[in-house]
Design a protein around this ligand. Structure first.
Ligand code: ADP
Ligand code: MG
Length: 344
């Protein structure tokens, strides 16, 4: 008798584990291109039509945000602010104001290494465009003079942004994708989606848990290998996992790599011995701002900054293939690639 009960129990347990796993509901998957990157959706819902409509809504939302924030769109709010630098203040939407304010916050934290007004420098290097080149020292000095986040006047009451001097410009590229992740999450919540996974060119938004309540296992990109090869795995639910790396966008000249995270105080690509930084936290915009910020300030200051923040964790990879994590990741990060050394 006991045996039978045990048998029934173990069968139901197995069913309990596999009974409603993500595998049983085929996710609706979709890829789209926006914000200069491939965005990959996986939405788990019994009603595939509904999941498809939710993805449509997300994509509409992404295009709407891109139309306001992109420096590559002629009539975006950001481009309009930049064209009117030194001339007049420009009325912007609440969301452009919100994202610009966040950028200003991190400009302060990093003492201007991360910088809301970095646009002239980004434009000069042209990394990721066909005009990418190493500028001369005098060109760099020329644009650095125009970079000062204190010259960005964000008037929340009037909803305007004003840059004090001509040739200044703002760039929200370091946090826009993180913000988009947060906005996609809102669409999921409004539509009562139970489980989803969105990858915005390396910025991952793991929405809730998997359908069987287990955590998402997210691979952390191996910065030295092609996309899809990992150094390790982090287990999370309801988190943004954002990675900044020197492999994302770069060009090479005379055997030297020049990547797209520029130190706004030196004028050159960040060179603090790191090749990738990942941030794991709930807010996508903070994760994105922080991954770029710690890449710029380096390992020691970076760890100190992240440890000072509540519910924020980080993974740092140095050019010597050493991996450092913050204290809260001890149980949820697993280094799987033996070429790298786990230092803590
Ligand atoms: P990715 O776009 O690869 O995810 P990041 O989030 O680190 O990488 O952002 C890099 C982008 O941020 C650059 O392409 C540029 O638009 C912008 N950027 C570069 N340097 C800075 C800086 N010092 N401060 C703020 N934004 C920057
Ligand atoms: Mg970033």
């Amino acid at each position: 008798m006991k045996k039978i009960i045990l048998l029934v129990l173990s069968i139901s347990l197995i069913l309990g584990i596999t009974g409603c796993s993500n595998k049983e509901i085929t996710p609706v998957s979709r890829e789209t291109f926006a914000l200069g990157t491939i965005i990959d959706f996986k939405v788990y819902d019994k009603d595939q039509d509904r999941a498809n409509k939710v993805i449509d809504e997300c994509i509409k939302r992404i295009k709407d945000i891109e139309q306001k924030l992109s420096v590559n769109i002629e009539d975006s709010e950001v481009t309009t602010v930049n064209k009117n630098a030194g001339k007049q203040s420009i009325k912007v939407s609440d969301e452009t104001m919100y994202v610009a304010k966040k950028s200003l916050e991190y400009s302060n934290i990093t003492k201007g290494k991360f910088n809301l007004t970095v646009y002239p420098l980004v434009n000069l290097w042209g990394i990721g465009t066909e005009n990418a080149r190493v500028p001369s020292q005098s060109e760099i000095e020329g644009v650095i003079r125009n970079i000062d986040y204190k010259d960005a006047v964000l008037d929340e009451a009037k909803k305007t942004i004003y840059l004090k001097r001509e040739n200044q410009g703002i760039d929200l590229g370091a946090i826009a994708k993180g913000y988009v992740g947060d906005e996609i999450k809102k669409v999921f919540i409004q539509n009562d989606i139970k489980s989803a996974f969105v990858n915005l060119g390396g910025n991952v938004m793991a929405y809730k848990a998997k359908l069987d309540a287990s955590k998402w296992r997210i691979g952390i990109q191996n910065p030295l290998q092609p996309r899809g090869q990992y150094i390790g795995i982090v287990s999370v639910e309801d988190k943004s996992i954002v990675t900044s790396g020197n492999y994302e966008r770069y060009f090479e000249q005379d055997g030297k790599r020049y990547h797209h995270i520029l130190d706004a105080t030196s004028g050159y690509p960040a060179n603090k011995g790191l090749i990738s930084t990942s941030i794991i936290t709930e807010s996508g915009i903070d994760a994105d701002a922080l991954s770029t910020s710690v890449y710029l300030i380096g390992l020691e200051e970076g760890i100190e900054l992240i440890e000072s923040l509540d519910k924020v964790e980080a993974i740092f990879v140095t050019k010597d293939k050493e991996v450092y994590t913050t204290s809260g990741l001890k149980d949820s990060f697993e280094l799987t690639n033996e070429e790298f050394t786990y230092k803590n």
